[in-house]
Design a protein around this ligand. Structure first.
Ligand code: SAT
Ligand code: MN
Length: 580
């Protein structure tokens, strides 16, 4: 397969001349192609087939032990002006960045196959979808992209008729952390990534395209590319509300998107639209609608069991690629809190030794097509997307943030989002558990200056009088003994129900300095082992603690200087005044 689009063909020719692959394979996205590549990797040892009876068509991939998570310090936004990338990004001048990374690509694919992957982010017939081509020398990337995106001939056809696409160039290079870079050139709609074969560093459709490049395109074109799950909540009466939630990586987006209502909530149903990324736009009535640009899940494995996420637990029992999990004696995948079986081999392929390390890497992942999810919503394929009733921000906070609160209006909601902070997780290299600012859960993913991004968010209130309500949740509050106060998982439905009640004006709330909080009686805790004191603690707002928080947000905002939107500053001043 070649292409009728001469700009695409000449780019492929140029890259081939530079990287010198042994051969070029244009991916058509067929099942045969997937199976052949799986077989090839199974033979080469890149993949290991798992227990055929209990895990049919499931494989284990072990990435290099130095290459197990996103590498934020090696990820760059390369705009002409440094200020356009902002203090939230590492920046490098485009010419310097190209030179630096191109040198590493010279001859990088010698002895390897160069795969050309046409893919579409979003339903193939959606006006809101966007296409790209990823060139890679990793067959693991190809099979993951097959599960995660609409990949192959239809995407190529769309690219050929539109004439434009995001260019992604990837090589695993030498897997040397010293020669590893993930670079984005928003003006050129180009991504170059070398030296890593892991997840978000290598599957360029995901964070690199659908968030960093797309957020930049979205600003130009008047929409939003966000790090959000999309979930449909169907009531026993049969009406469904769609909610988009932004939480940092490894904070439970997949679990919330696939939530199973507990027995105490009869008649409620949850539909998954997406678990990681939402593209939001306004329709002609000013209604905010969302599509999920992805077609599969790259989810955190540890902690997945029949109690925490039965849908996911069942979904990853067939046609799933596991990355960096352990193995049981009978060749089944194993991870911490799987609750069944015992590990004998760890994620590095060594005999498991509990004293040494966990069996599965804390950031081990499953890749699976969304079609495996029993709760997958048919509307995830709708070209126009689904109408969003509420936007929910959140993070991991041991203290401070109540279980849920509602922003007073859109502008205040933008401040709530901009002030999000969360304890870091294993999804990125670096220390785990330190609180850092993660505005809109986009800190690692916003492809331009956050100040301009907040301004863009604020601009939506001028374009619609009908915007979703904005909320903030915290499932992770602990007592002094370090015990979680809220059970989380399926029980989070109780909080979503309050959010929906607020969207429908069905319940009052009480006003505090930080926003509107539930009256305790409006959060259903029937059948839960939670005392009214604990619920009160979960819903408490301590102004002195919040004053420290707001001062820390103020310090953070200072790094954006004059570029900080005035309307955001005004909201900040109002909030601070309310606390003193
Ligand atoms: O960026 S990854 O795709 O590796 C996963 C994540 O951090 O959400
Ligand atoms: Mn994510």
């Amino acid at each position: 397969m070649t292409t009728s689009l001469s700009s695409l063909q000449s780019w492929i020719d140029t890259i081939a001349a530079q990287t010198l692959p042994d051969n070029i394979h244009w991916c058509n996205g067929s099942e045969e192609e997937y199976n052949l590549l799986i077989e090839k990797m199974n033979n080469s040892g890149d993949l290991q087939e798992l227990n055929k009876e209990n895990y049919p068509d499931c494989y284990l991939h072990r990435s290099d032990p130095s290459d197990v998570a996103r590498v934020e310090h090696l990820t760059f936004i390369c705009t002409k002006n440094k200020d356009d990338a902002g203090p939230n990004n590492n920046w490098m001048a485009p010419t310097e960045a190209h030179q630096k990374i191109d040198r590493l690509f010279d001859g990088a694919m010698k002895g390897r196959t160069m795969y050309v992957i046409p893919y579409c982010m979003g339903p193939i017939d959606s006006p809101y979808a966007r296409c790209g081509i990823e060139i890679t020398d990793s067959a693991y990337v190809v099979v993951n992209m097959k599960l995660m995106t609409r990949m192959g001939s239809l995407a190529l056809q769309r690219i050929e008729s539109e004439g434009n696409f995001v260019k992604g160039l990837h090589s695993t290079g030498e897997l040397d952390p010293e020669k590893r870079f993930i670079m984005h050139f928003p003006d050129e709609l180009t991504i170059k990534s070398i030296g890593s074969g892991y997840g978000g560093n290598a599957l360029l459709g995901k964070k690199c395209h659908a968030l960093r490049i797309a957020s930049w395109q979205a600003r130009k074109e008047g929409w939003l590319a966000e790090h959000m799950l999309i979930v449909g909540v169907e009531s026993p009466q049969g009406d469904t509300h769609y909610i988009a939630c932004a939480f940092p990586s490894a904070c439970g987006k997949t679990n919330l998107a696939m939530l199973i209502p507990p027995n105490s909530q009869p008649g409620w149903k949850i539909w998954t639209l997406g678990d990681d990324i939402a593209w939001l736009h306004l329709d002609e009535h000013g209604q905010m609608c969302a599509i999920n640009p992805e077609a599969g899940y790259f989810g955190v494995v540890p902690g997945t069991n029949a109690k925490t996420n039965k849908n996911a637990f069942d979904m990853i029992k067939n046609k799933t690629i596991f990355t960096n999990v352990g193995l049981t004696e009978n060749n089944e995948p194993w991870w911490e809190d799987k609750d069944i079986g015992k590990p004998t081999i760890d994620w590095k392929g060594k005999p498991f030794d509990a004293a040494n390390s966990p069996a599965a890497h804390p950031n081990s992942r499953f890749t699976v097509s969304a079609s495996n999810n029993p709760a997958y919503s048919k509307l995830a394929e709708a070209p126009e997307g689904v109408p969003i009733s509420a936007i929910v921000f959140g993070g991991r906070r041991k203290t401070l943030a109540p279980l849920v609160y509602e922003a007073k209006n859109w502008e205040h909601g933008v401040l709530v989002g901009a002030g999000v902070a969360s304890e870091t997780t294993a999804a990125a290299t670096g220390e785990v558990g330190v609180v850092r600012r993660d505005p809109m859960a986009m800190k690692p993913f916003c492809g331009y200056n956050f100040a301009d991004y907040w301004d863009h968010w604020l601009s939506f209130s001028k374009r619609s009088s009908n915007l979703p309500k904005i909320f903030h949740v915290n499932w992770f509050r602990q007592n002094e003994a370090g015990k979680f106060l809220w059970p989380g998982f399926g029980e989070n439905l109780r909080v979503l129900r309050w959010i929906i009640d607020r969207c429908e004006n069905r319940v009052p709330a009480y006003t505090t300095a930080i926003g509107n909080l539930p009256n305790a009686k409006d959060i259903d805790i029937s059948d839960l082992d939670i005392s009214s004191e604990v619920l009160e603690e979960l819903l408490s707002v301590k102004n002195n603690e919040w004053l420290d928080e707001i001062n820390s947000i103020g310090e953070y905002f200072k790094s954006y200087g004059d570029r900080l939107p005035d309307a955001l500053n005004q909201e900040f001043i109002k909030l601070k005044a309310g606390l003193t």
